[in-house]
Design a protein around this ligand. Structure first.
Ligand code: GLP
Length: 250
């Protein structure tokens, strides 16, 4: 089995600082990298650090390509919880990604299937890095439990718990999405490097299950354990249910 790297950082602050610095040095090494980026609460402090690094001239997106990992459908395109809106707010509005170098998933496309096929065609050249959060049921992007590893970019129905969890992005009383579009597991698994980000004790159980229970499509993140360069980057709370033997200190 491929060796998964599991890195534990002492505090959420140390975690965010190191993951941002790791991303800045990744971009410095591979300035023309093609990267898929997640939204959600987890990466926000990392994006703040990356914005600082770009402002300080330590990193640049000038030649990079950014692919949006997933997007919610059936809610207004300017809703504050839309992934595109969240990524702009946290990162894209503050860094130097060229307009033609940002690739988003468009749930309003007249032909969603054709839009997804075009996304996958652009990803025939594999991504250099996929950064991911993790859902409490083990989903990555919107690849919910039961997703086969060869699935492509496509429209997906969200698990009811994922719809419920999205209230923290869209706000109380707002319409919540029941479907979305996600980068497929096939494109994620084809990437050269995968980083899975998790923080907080709310993620400790799923992180433990994904890493220690048998690999299974019932926890899609566990399928990433077979990837040759997969990194779980965790703060102490998210790593708190793992035995010390599997951890590297960050
Ligand atoms: C959401 C998103 C995922 C995200 C995950 C965790 O449903 N579709 O891409 O990684 O759930 O979100 P958070 O980081 O807010 O806990």
């Amino acid at each position: 089995m491929a060796m998964v790297h599991v890195v534990r950082y002492e505090s959420p602050q140390a975690w965010a600082e190191h993951v941002a610095a790791r991303f800045a040095s990744f971009l410095a090494d591979q300035p023309a990298a093609r990267v898929a980026l997640p939204t959600g609460a987890t990466p926000e402090p990392v994006y703040a650090g990356i914005v600082e690094a770009v402002r300080a001239g330590v990193a640049s997106f000038g030649r990079a390509h950014v692919f949006l990992l997933d997007e919610f459908g059936g809610v207004p395109p300017d809703a504050k919880g839309r992934c595109d809106v969240m990524l702009h707010r946290a990162l894209l509005d503050h860094v130097d990604v060229r307009p033609g170098h940002y690739h988003k998933l468009d749930p309003e496309a007249p032909d969603v299937e054709a839009m997804c096929a075009a996304y996958d065609a652009a990803l025939k050249q594999p991504l250099d890095l996929v950064m991911l959060g993790i859902g409490r049921n083990g989903h990555v992007g919107m690849n919910e439990p039961g997703t086969p590893p060869d699935s492509g970019t496509r429209r997906v129905e969200l698990a009811p718990s994922t719809t419920q969890a999205s209230v923290r992005y869209f706000g109380e009383g707002a319409a919540l999405p029941t479907w979305g579009i996600t980068l497929g597991l096939a494109q994620i698994l084809a990437a050269r490097t995968i980083w899975i980000l998790a923080t907080g004790e709310g993620k400790a159980d799923i992180v433990r299950d994904v890493l220690l229970e048998p690999v299974s499509a019932s926890r899609p993140a566990s399928l990433l354990r077979g990837h040759p360069d997969c990194w779980f980057l965790l703060d102490a709370a998210a790593a708190s249910k793992l035995p010390v033997g599997v951890l590297t200190r960050g």
